[in-house]
Design a protein around this ligand. Structure first.
Ligand SMILES: [Ca+2]
Length: 249
């Protein structure tokens, strides 16, 4: 009995010690980030880092200078709106709100509002695959929105094996896969958009621990932008004074 138990315990520790889906990475550089930014969206468009933020009265979209962290606010939401994810597709900038369930559409060059749309779920993360907007809602679902109608054309349930991956937050579409922050964790998951299957995981606990130790009043990891030029991901978190440029192995 004891031997059987002992073998079982050993096997468990062996299987949990190595994550077969783990994607290793190297930190290329550490960059400044605006500590006042409650980061909800991060993307790179036309070589500009764009960031969107949340919280009522503190929600904006800005162009960010990655070298200094200084930002130039382009859109400021009314106090009634809690901003969320943001992306740019076909010269339109889309900016979600959380529980008011309204998405705003802006001309990506002038930042003038040109439309709005509604959705039934909460608004969380936003990215695109070049054709459709892809939206998260703090659940295990990813919603694909037709840009002509801004209605849901397809829904995918994200699974790690058979387990739903809930709390999907900020998103970034990179080379045929969707990367997603998982709310209140140090993990970014890599998702196959066709099936919803988690095919990889990036463990940023070293960076999260470092931030929490140095800046105890910060919030969770959130924000992924793909930099084509350096083939790297820019990642940060809510109110983090730093962001990290990382290259996946
Ligand atoms: Ca993003």
């Amino acid at each position: 009995m004891l031997i059987v138990l002992g073998c079982g315990e050993k096997k468990t520790s062996e299987t949990t010690s190595v994550d077969p889906l783990n994607i290793s990475f190297s930190v290329i550089s550490t960059l400044p980030h605006e500590p006042d930014a409650f980061t909800e969206g991060l993307t790179i468009h036309n070589n500009l880092v764009l960031e969107s933020t949340g919280q009522n009265g503190k929600s904006w979209v800005a162009e960010v200078d990655p070298a200094t962290g200084n930002h130039n606010k382009k859109i400021i939401l009314d106090n009634q709106y809690f901003g969320e994810g943001m992306t740019v597709l076909n010269n339109k900038l889309y900016y979600l709100t959380w529980q008011t369930k309204i998405g705003f559409v802006y001309d990506a060059r002038t930042y003038k509002q040109i439309g709005e749309f509604n959705y039934d779920n909460e608004g969380w993360g936003l990215t695109h695959d070049g054709k459709n907007l892809i939206m998260s809602a703090g659940t295990d679902k990813l919603y694909f929105l037709d840009t002509a109608t801004l209605k849901i054309s397809r829904t995918v349930s994200v699974r790690n094996g058979n387990m739903p991956v809930k709390n999907l937050n900020e998103l970034e579409y990179v080379n045929g896969y969707i990367f997603a922050n998982v709310y209140e964790t140090s993990t970014i998951v890599k998702i196959d958009p066709a099936t919803g299957k988690v095919v990889g995981r990036i463990d940023l606990s070293t960076q999260v621990d470092e931030i929490k130790r140095m800046f105890p009043n910060t919030n969770e990891l959130n924000g992924i932008a793909y930099d084509k030029n350096s083939n790297a991901l820019l990642v940060t978190g809510k109110n983090w004074p730093r962001s990290y440029l990382i290259r996946l192995q």
